[in-house]
Write a protein that binds this ligand. Structure first.
Ligand code: CA
Length: 224
């Protein structure tokens, strides 16, 4: 079991790392938000222990980014704050549990084991249609055994289409989901990215999966 500790207080971080390793876990430490976000997005962990107040990027935005990218690694928040609002905010953003500093290591260990026992994810990590496969956790897209080289936006776009296979998605909905809410409806950002995505996902293959529904939007499905 591999755990990522994102904590800027060195003493706390090394105390946690040592304790977890003594209990049979493998633990990596990131000392600021940017490193933490990078590791969380690019490597595979069974759990992330995430401090809220961090230099670079705070814990809230790290977890929000992860969940937006469909990375469902469980997160245990660690923070000096104990306001109910913060707790609710953390859980709404997709945290699995919340621990207020100072805490006893035994408590952290017990919570860690509970989260890990629940299983790694709330949703399936691998989506597939026909010969197209998307591994959300590893951030990998494969078609007919060939790895697809997608940008992060293209990956998000494809995972949205795949999660809602067979459903026609409007440009507005796609823009909201992939580019957040600040979307200029005159912009052709969705069309441009969709064209690039199709060039990678569909063009080299005989069977097309992404289809345009004129005047409405796009749908991903297998059509015989
Ligand atoms: Ca901190």
């Amino acid at each position: 079991m591999k755990i990522l500790i994102v904590e800027d207080e060195r003493k706390t971080a090394s105390y946690l790392k040592r304790g977890l390793e003594e209990n049979g876990f493998i633990a990596d430490v990131a000392e600021d938000g940017e490193d933490g976000a990078y590791l969380a997005q690019t490597r595979s962990y069974d759990l992330i222990i995430l401090d809220v107040m961090l230099p670079g990027q705070d814990g809230w935005s790290i977890i929000a980014d992860l969940r937006r990218r469909q990375i469902a690694t469980p997160v245990l928040f660690l923070t000096a704050r104990d306001a109910v609002d913060d707790r609710v905010k953390g859980l709404e953003l997709g945290a699995d549990d919340y621990l207020v500093k100072p805490f006893a290591f035994a408590e952290l260990l017990a919570r860690t084991k509970t989260i890990l026992r629940r299983g790694p994810v709330r949703q399936s990590q691998v989506l597939n249609v026909l010969d197209l496969e998307l591994d959300l956790h590893r951030h990998r897209a494969v078609r007919a055994g060939r790895s697809l080289d997608l940008t992060p936006k293209e990956f998000q776009l494809l995972s949205l289409l795949l999660r809602r296979t067979g459903e026609v998605l409007s440009r507005t909905l796609i823009a909201e989901q992939v580019w957040d809410i600040n979307f200029d409806s005159d912009s052709n950002v969705v069309e441009v990215h969709m064209r690039r995505l199709r060039a990678k996902v569909d063009e080299p293959f005989a069977c097309k999966l992404i289809h345009t529904v004129r005047g409405v939007g796009y749908v991903l499905e297998q059509r015989s």
